[in-house]
Each structure stands twice: as structure tokens, then as C-alpha cells.
Design a protein around this ligand. Structure first.
Ligand SMILES: NC(=O)c1ccc[n+]([C@@H]2O[C@H](COP(=O)([O-])OP(=O)(O)OC[C@H]3O[C@@H](n4cnc5c(N)ncnc54)[C@H](O)[C@@H]3O)[C@@H](O)[C@H]2O)c1
Length: 280
């Protein structure tokens, strides 16, 4: 039986959609929950639902784009519950637009929340977590980071989330703080409440597991859960063979492609494939 008793977690963007589902599930599992959203009314509604169901929750509406606000959010967890054992970096913005119609303003707007805001919350949480010798950061990426048509701006921000996850997990490994990410897919306002997608509640078990002590040996992973399908995503890496020469010339690079590397190209948008089936 896994529960989150003794855990105090901050969940960003938890006023609706997946974040609200994570917050309700964490509250039901015994965690003390700080429900964040830029929308104060929705954060308060979710916190009240958790309390009505017998859980412990407070709302802390903040705009995570601002580092001081992120620090205040993390400090609220510590002042309210005495510690911060988990952070679910869930808040994000979305845009679905072909590259040739994309704008600098869209890129900046998404970077500010999805990358800078996510960084702010983790950066504010990591000091207290290291002092405690205990913490789990669960970032939220997306299958779009593999290169889905129309989603390159959104996907690029989620690629940054994946790289933060790999980098932070390596630095914090063996110091008591784990860093993983989830790559969900569910029916929410962001996905236009698409009824063909899984319900948001069905993604919560992956997030709760990563927050829990049962995941004590899991770090640096992207866990993909889309309803029925659960997997971990592979990390970017050099694909064998790695060819070696003292000096590469234009001619030998071209030959390397013609004899070996061209046949080794992997497709983009690999989220719709499995590496084992690509290699076979
Ligand atoms: N829904 C999906 O199928 C899907 C797929 C892949 C990844 N994701 C990711 O899951 C997470 C949750 O997505 P969702 O579908 O529930 O989205 P959503 O749009 O329904 O909810 C996002 C929440 O974040 C809040 N938010 C936005 N900016 C904020 C800020 N500056 N500070 C604090 N809160 C802010 C919003 O008010 C909103 O309540 C996101 O990171 C999203 O990229 C979702």
C-alpha cells in the first residue's frame, strides 16, 4: 500500500486539468498539498475540495514566472507543513501553430511559464530539499518534445524541461533529491477537453509514485502515461557506431553518410513509435 503520509507537496497550475487531478489524488493519499495556480479562484476551489474530502490543503495563488513569487510559494509549504518533500512542476501554456506562422511573442510567452517558471519553482525548492536530505521534483514534459507537427514552439519548451530533468537529476543524485518528469496525455482544457483522451485522474498514479518513497531508486527518467500505456522514454544519446578518424574531411564525412550514417537516421516524432520496433 503506497500512501503519501508525511509528504508535503507543491503542485503548480493545479487549479484545473491535470494539476487539479494530481492535487486531489495527493490529498486523498495523505499528502499535505499546496495548490498553486495563477488563477486564485480555481486554486482555492481545488484546495477546498481536498479539505472537504478530509485532506490537508492550502491554496497559494502565485505567478510562477516571477522568482520571488516562486520562492514565496515554496516557503508557504514549509511554513504551513514544516517541510517540502515534493514539487510537481505542472503549470504550462500551450500553442498549436505551424512554424511559418509562429511568432517571437509566442515563443517568449511559452518560455516564460514552461521553462523559466518551472526553473524558478525547482530552484526555490532545491535548497530546502537538500537541507532536509529529501525531496522529489516531478517535472512535466510532453510527447511534443520529440517533434510533433504544429507543436514545435510548445515542444521546444518541453524539450528544455526534459534537459533540465536530466541535468538536475545528475547533479542531485546521491544527495537525497530525485528529479523525474512525466509525459502525460489526457482530456483537459489544454487539450480542448478531447473526449478521446484519457481522464486526467488516470495520470495521477504515475505522479504519486514518483513523489513516493517507493520510487526511491528512480531518478532522471521521463515516465510516459497516456491512459492505458505506461513506458519510460529513452534519453538522447549517440547512436552506435561512432566512426573515428584523426581528421574528418568533406569527402570522408560524405562517405560516412553514404556507407553508414544515412541508413542510421531515426525518425522524429518518435513518441508514436517504440525504439525496439524502429531498430528491428
Ligand atoms: N493535457 C494533455 O494532454 C497534456 C499532454 C502533454 C503534456 N501536458 C502538460 O501537463 C501539464 C498540465 O496540462 P493541462 O492539460 O492540465 O493544462 P491546463 O491548461 O488545463 O492547466 C494549466 C494550468 O496552469 C496554470 N498556469 C498557467 N500559467 C501559470 C503561471 N504563470 N503560474 C501559475 N499557474 C499557471 C493555468 O491557470 C492552468 O490552471 C502542462 O505542463 C502541460 O504542458 C498536458
Amino acid at each position: 500500500m503506497i500512501d503519501l503520509k508525511g509528504h508535503a507537496v507543491v503542485i503548480t497550475g493545479a487549479g484545473q486539468g491535470l494539476g487539479a487531478a494530481y492535487a486531489r489524488a495527493a490529498g486523498a493519499a495523505g499528502a499535505q498539498v499546496v495548490v498553486n495556480d495563477i488563477n486564485a479562484a480555481s486554486a482555492e476551489t481545488v484546495a477546498e475540495e481536498i479539505r472537504q474530502a478530509g485532506g490537508l490543503a492550502v491554496a497559494e495563488p502565485r505567478d510562477i514566472r516571477d522568482f520571488a513569487a516562486a520562492e514565496a510559494l515554496i516557503q508557504r509549504c514549509i511554513s504551513e507543513f514544516g517541510a517540502i518533500t515534493g514539487l510537481v512542476n505542472n503549470a504550462a501554456l500551450f500553442v498549436d501553430v505551424p512554424f511559418e506562422q509562429s511568432t517571437t511573442d509566442q515563443v517568449r510567452a511559452l518560455l516564460e511559464v514552461n521553462v523559466v517558471g518551472l526553473f524558478n519553482c525547482a530552484r526555490a525548492a532545491v535548497g530546502p530539499m537538500l537541507s532536509q536530505g529529501r525531496g522529489s521534483i516531478v517535472n512535466v514534459t510532453s510527447g511534443a518534445h520529440t517533434g510533433q507537427p504544429g507543436l514545435s514552439t510548445y515542444g521546444a519548451t518541453k524539450g528544455a524541461v526534459a534537459s533540465f530533468t536530466y541535468g538536475w537529476s545528475g547533479e542531485l543524485r546521491d544527495r537525497g533529491v530525485r528529479v523525474n518528469a512525466v509525459s502525460p496525455m489526457a482530456s483537459t482544457p489544454m487539450s480542448h477537453n478531447n473526449p478521446a483522451l484519457a481522464r486526467a485522474e488516470t495520470i495521477a498514479p504515475a505522479v504519486l509514485f514518483l513523489l513516493s518513497d517507493r520510487a526511491k531508486d528512480i531518478t532522471g527518467q521521463i515516465v510516459r502515461l497516456t491512459g492505458k500505456h505506461l513506458s519510460i522514454m529513452c534519453h538522447p544519446a549517440n547512436r552506435a557506431p561512432v566512426l573515428e578518424r584523426e581528421v574528418w574531411t568533406l569527402e570522408t564525412v560524405a562517405e560516412a553518410f553514404e556507407t553508414t550514417l544515412a541508413a542510421n537516421q531515426l525518425p522524429t516524432n518518435v513518441v508514436t513509435y517504440e525504439i525496439a520496433s524502429i531498430q528491428s
